[in-house]
Design a binder for this molecule. Structure first.
Ligand SMILES: Nc1ncnc2c1ncn2[C@@H]1O[C@H](COP(=O)(O)OP(=O)(O)O)[C@@H](O)[C@H]1O
Ligand SMILES: O=P(O)(O)OC[C@H]1O[C@](O)(COP(=O)(O)O)[C@@H](O)[C@@H]1O
Length: 315
């Protein structure tokens, strides 16, 4: 039996998605539909990995006042639930989804993590990770944690012989990169913040990616919304471009890409096939509210329409 993937969600969220035709800011808006789902980056990654047939263990922090939906999620998806409960309520993030695909996100800071619970999470991490095939650290850091929190976890995981995948932003990403995880997945905006340089074309994007490779990150994947994604390694650069999709909501596209990339790392799927699959998984996410593989047939249809390009010549 294959080993599970461990996902770590330090700052989960209940995503309140409201769908309306057009958002009028500053006015009373009537929504057509709404839903509240267990989410946050690592949880979305866990959901997609399950659909890609991985066993998954999930840890992180949940507020003890409103964890039912997360517990249900783990039960329904058969995810091994190793969350720690902390005082208070998990944040609710609001996603306003308009016809035509525009999404307005309102994300709260999250629940304060007391120092004793952070220590407990770190104490539990290594024994869990030693049984796993990969560890995914994903999402923003909640109040109470230092910006080097992911870097600390990466250092702890060095003894476990598992690839560590990181998806975060800002200072947390900066500190994490210095600790050298196996794979990072910034989007273009996160890359601009990281480098302090504009990334407005492919040349600038590749230059920033190559700098990260030179800094010792083995796999740098840069996502650029509907324009697709790039996977850079020391000796290869591959680009994947998704087909034109009917967008329902782009929330969770990045997390789905991370799940697809983790799947490829664990299965040692070669490039360019790996990026083609991960790109298809992420494009499939925009056809739905939430994340997941709705059917293997649909994923296959999208996969066949993803264009891959080898840019290794520009190394
Ligand atoms: N409108 C879209 N149509 C098709 N695929 C998309 C679309 N938006 C995102 N994707 C896919 O999802 C990936 C991640 O999206 P992106 O918006 O870059 O990530 P993040 O959510 O982290 O900002 C993209 O690289 C692409 O493969
Ligand atoms: O941890 P952060 O950065 O605040 O992001 C949390 C939000 O991002 C999501 O995980 C979606 O992320 P992506 O759209 O980047 O895949 C939401 O479910 C959640 O509300």
């Amino acid at each position: 039996m294959t080993k599970p993937v461990l996902t770590v969600t330090l700052n989960p969220a209940l995503d309140l998605t409201v769908s309306l035709s057009t958002l009028h800011a500053g006015e009373v808006n009537k929504a057509q539909a709404g839903s509240l789902r267990a989410a946050g980056k690592g949880i979305n990654v866990a959901a997609v990995l399950k659909d890609l047939d991985h066993t998954v263990t999930a840890t992180g922090f949940l507020g003890e006042n409103n964890h039912a939906q997360f517990q249900d999620f783990c039960e329904q998806k058969a995810v091994d639930n190793r969350f720690l409960f902390i005082p208070g309520a998990t944040r609710i993030n609001v996603k306003i989804s308009e016809v035509g695909g525009r999404v307005t996100d309102v994300n709260l800071p999250g629940l304060n993590v007391p120092a004793s619970y952070w220590q407990l999470l770190k104490d539990n991490l290594v024994p869990l990770a030693k049984q796993c095939s990969a560890v995914v650290l994903a999402g923003s850091l909640p109040p109470g944690l230092q910006q080097n929190a992911y870097a600390e976890l990466i250092h702890l995981l060095k003894d476990c012989d598992v690839p560590v995948v990181v998806d975060t932003s800002g200072e947390a990403l900066l500190a994490a990169v210095a600790a050298k995880p196996a794979l990072i997945k910034p989007n273009v905006h996160e890359l601009e913040v990281f480098t302090g340089q504009p990334v407005t074309n492919q040349q600038q994007l590749l230059a920033a990616g190559k700098k990260l490779i030179a800094d010792g990150i083995a796999n740098v994947v840069i996502s650029d919304g509907e324009k697709g994604c790039y996977w850079l390694t020391e000796n290869r650069i591959v680009k994947a471009v998704p087909p034109l999709m009917d967008v329902v909501s782009t929330v969770g596209a990045g997390d789905s890409l991370v799940a697809g990339l983790t799947h490829c790392l664990v299965n040692k799927t070669a490039l360019p096939e790996g990026l083609q699959l991960a790109c298809a998984v992420s494009a499939h996410a925009v056809e739905q509210v939430g994340v997941g593989i709705l059917s293997a047939e649909r994923l296959q249809q999208i996969l066949e329409l993803v264009r891959v390009e080898d840019l290794s010549g520009s190394l």
